[in-house]
Design a protein around this ligand. Structure first.
Ligand code: PEP
Ligand code: MN
Length: 339
């Protein structure tokens, strides 16, 4: 249920509503609007009529049910787009298209620092790099783990770029959060509800990838798991889903951008690297994503893609990344000045 406060409601009115919500066994989430506040009362749907009675309280405009199964993530609760702050000068969900770039995996100090400098020079805002790699085979390179996090932190110190890295289980989540600026939930873990709850409690921004067999509604339900733990800094990421098509590694569902924009206030980022699995397709899909309204891109860039220990075929070299960003900027300019 959403409790819409009157424009002139005072703190005392709001406090009373919050007290009653708690008394009824619901959790409240206050969303501050430009003219009025709304309070989301989230919990068991079965005793909704008790909440409806809050309509008679002083300062309450009305009480409306949230029709979607996802609540905090829905446009019903919050109509303005959410902006997720990553650092002093990087926000995701604002007018600027945010570019996250870096290798699939951190391999060595030299590799991550060289790549961080290259992507920064090209215009990236955030460094990406896997330290814990969720590989399909247990015999494949699993990442440098905490050593990888230290190297990412070193690259951040040198370049000023905040970094995003994947967290693969609740046991290591706190350790990853102690280093990273954004916690990535990968496609293989996006319905790992224990992990979602854990990152919901850590208070660091979370980039939530769509699972390869997940519907858009299920993606939003996973976002709800994080938000219902108190963390509203969630960024959604489309990274391709599994279909009958084998010409690409996954089928990048770019229609997810307008669909999500019609359902949620959360920012939407596209991963054309895992979405296609082929470096030739990364630029065209990035252009299409930006034109379709994506808030950002997360792109794999490697100093020597043919010799990368993972995802060699989809990673861009520096020259290709430079060219990509130049064209992304041109499309961004058209997008921000439509005819
Ligand atoms: C990644 O971004 O490193 C990754 C493993 O992606 P995904 O979870 O989308 O497969
Ligand atoms: Mn990869």
């Amino acid at each position: 249920m959403i409790i819409v406060m009157k424009a002139g409601a005072v703190k005392k009115d709001k406090d009373e509503v919050l007290r009653r919500i708690k008394e009824l066994g619901y959790t409240s989430h206050v969303i501050h609007g430009t003219t009025r506040d709304v309070i989301g009362a989230i919990g068991d749907e079965r005793s909704k009529s008790a909440l409806q009675a809050l309509e008679s309280l002083h300062g309450v405009e009305n009480v409306v049910p949230i029709l979607q199964p996802y609540k905090l993530a829905s446009l019903e609760v919050k109509k303005e787009s959410s902006v997720v702050r990553i650092s002093e000068n990087v926000v995701i969900g604002g007018p600027q298209i945010v570019i996250m770039a870096g290798p699939c995996a951190v391999e060595s100090e030299e590799q991550i620092i060289e790549t961080a400098c290259a992507v920064k020079k090209a215009g990236a805002h955030i460094l990406r790099g896997g330290a814990f790699k969720p590989r399909t085979s247990p015999y494949s390179f699993q990442g440098l783990e905490e050593e990888g996090l230290k190297l990412l932190a070193k690259a951040r110190d040198l370049t000023g770029l905040p970094f995003i890295t994947e967290v693969i289980n609740p046991e290591t989540a706190e350790m990853v959060a102690a280093y990273a600026d954004i916690l990535q939930i990968g496609a293989r873990n996006s319905q790992n509800f224990a992990l979602l709850k854990k990152v919901g409690q850590l208070g660091k921004p979370v980039l939530l990838k769509r699972g390869m067999a997940m519907t858009i509604q299920e993606l939003l339900m996973s976002a709800e798991y994080i938000m219902s733990e108190g963390n509203q800094s969630v960024i959604l990421c489309e990274r391709g889903i599994r279909t009958f098509e084998t010409a690409t590694r996954n089928t990048l569902d770019l229609s997810a951008i307008p669909v999500l924009k019609g359902k949620t206030h959360l920012p939407v980022v596209i991963d054309p690297s895992h979405g296609t699995g082929n470096h030739h397709y990364v630029a065209p899909m990035s252009y299409a994503a930006v034109a379709a309204g994506a808030d950002g891109l997360i792109v794999e860039v490697h100093p020597d893609p043919p010799n990368a220990p993972c995802d060699g075929p989809s990673q861009l070299d520096y020259a290709a990344f430079d060219a990509l960003l130049a064209d992304v900027r041109a499309i961004e300019a058209v997008r921000s000045n439509p005819r």
